[in-house]
Every structure is written in structure tokens, then in C-alpha cells.
Design a protein. Structure first.
Length: 252
């Protein structure tokens, strides 16, 4: 895990309250793809457990791993006692157990690329599967989006996380599907999108931005100034797009 990935602990409570959760439809798609019962799962970078709990509600024994102690403390407040928790980066987890499913919710891009897929494969049962899903919240109104870009651009050009392998945003297959397709360890790579729209107050949208790593990288005084500038161009309520892109693959 990179240093930028370890900054979320300072905003663990806000992360839990202002990051959108995950719908049951997501789990439905994962289980339909599996085509067989999924009893156990390993989660990479579980954060505050927003994805953990939707899988655990289906009776799956989830082992949630998270390198940040503060995030893991917040997670334990919200997940059932059946969830096992481990503090540790994906790269440091002992290869002592295997699972029916390994999944990552908006966290895979923080893992080290060199041995990413060999480690995922090492944690899977011979007929196991992998799932990765996530998506950046963005403003639905392009005029408002442009105003926000103008407001923050002197201090922060891009608040997203670039594709780890440089895949352009217009490519039909997005990362990590691109890497999965090139791996000799996985087959039947699929990509799908779950569309979501919601409306929230400008203040809640700003609270969401306070959990984004690009802003957390800024000095506090600069961050506060950028937030003031952004809030100044927002209407009282905003519609946001929170689409999820889901990638699935199974052991080859």
C-alpha cells in the first residue's frame, strides 16, 4: 500500500458517513457470476466496512483486512461479529488461508503492482473468483462541475486517482480488467456498470470531498481555502453520479 492510501484514518468517521455505500445489486451480480455457493471471502483494504457488511449479510464469512488502525476501529463498529478483522496491508498478509472470493472495494489501486495478481491467486481456492468495484463521485450538472474545476485548479488539477496501468477513460475495458485480461492466472474477465444517482446538500458533498486522498495530500490551510472556493460555486443542493464499475474474473 502507498503512503497516500494511509491518510484516510484521520477522517475515518467522515469516510463512514459521507462515502456512498454499496447496493445489494452488487452482491447479486458477484454471486450470480460465481455460479456456486460462496462461503468465504477475503477483502483487500476494507476501509470502514461499507462493502464488508453487504457481503456478510449474505452469510459469507468475510475476513476484512485494512492497514490503517483508525479505519479498522471504525469498521468494527459497523460490521457483524462474524467478520474477522486483520490489520495489515495486502502485501504483508500471510499466505496461510484460501477463500472462495477475494474482493476489493475502491482499494485495489492502492496495492503494489509487482505481485498483485500472484498474491490474489495465492489466496483463492482452485475454483475461486475475484471481484473489484468502485467509482468516483462526480457532479451530474456539467456547468457546476466546470465551476468546481475552475475553483480548485490553481491548487489541485485533478482530484481523482489515475488508472494504474494508464488505460484511458474512454477505453471499453477499464483497469483492472485490462490487467486481468493479460494475466495467465485468470479467465472469464467481465466488466459491468451499476448506475446510481442521488441528490445531497452542498455541505454533505464537501464532507465527501474531505475524504478524498488528493485533498488530504494538501496542507491544511490550502485544503481549507480550496474547500471555501468550491463551496462558493455550489448550489444549495447538488445531484451526483456514483456509478460503480464492477470487474469479475475466475481462476484459470
Amino acid at each position: 500500500m502507498t503512503g497516500r492510501a494511509l491518510k484516510f484514518g484521520s477522517v475515518a468517521s467522515a469516510y463512514e458517513h459521507f462515502r456512498p455505500g454499496y447496493p445489494d445489486e452488487l452482491v447479486d451480480q458477484v454471486l450470480a457470476y460465481a455460479g456456486q455457493p460462496v462461503h468465504t471471502a477475503l477483502e483487500i483494504g476494507a476501509g470502514t466496512g461499507e462493502a464488508t457488511r453487504v457481503f456478510a449479510r449474505r452469510g459469507i464469512a468475510v475476513t476484512a483486512t485494512e492497514p490503517d488502525a483508525a479505519m479498522l476501529t471504525e469498521l468494527r463498529k459497523h460490521v457483524p461479529e462474524t467478520v474477522a478483522t486483520v490489520q495489515g496491508a495486502f502485501e504483508d498478509l500471510p499466505l496461510t488461508s484460501t477463500y472462495d472470493l477475494v474482493f476489493a472495494a475502491a482499494s485495489l489501486h492502492w496495492t503494489e503492482p509487482a505481485h498483485r495478481w500472484s498474491r490474489v491467486a495465492a489466496f483463492l481456492n482452485p475454483d475461486g473468483m475475484f471481484a473489484s468495484f468502485g467509482g468516483q463521485m462526480c457532479l451530474a450538472d456539467m456547468a457546476v462541475e466546470e465551476a468546481v474545476l475552475d475553483a480548485r485548479s490553481p491548487f489541485l488539477v485533478d482530484d481523482g486517482v489515475p488508472s494504474p496501468d494508464g488505460t484511458p477513460t474512454h477505453s471499453p475495458m477499464q483497469w483492472p480488467g485490462t490487467e486481468l485480461g493479460q494475466s495467465n492466472r485468470f479467465i472469464d474477465v467481465r466488466q459491468s456498470t451499476i448506475e446510481r444517482r442521488t441528490t445531497m446538500s452542498a455541505r454533505d458533498y464537501m464532507c465527501h470531498l474531505s475524504t478524498i486522498s488528493a485533498y488530504l495530500e494538501l496542507p491544511v490551510s490550502v485544503r481549507e481555502h480550496v474547500f471555501d472556493r468550491i463551496l462558493g460555486v455550489l448550489p444549495e443542493r447538488v445531484m451526483v453520479v456514483t456509478d460503480l464499475t464492477l470487474h469479475l474474473a475466475r481462476m484459470g
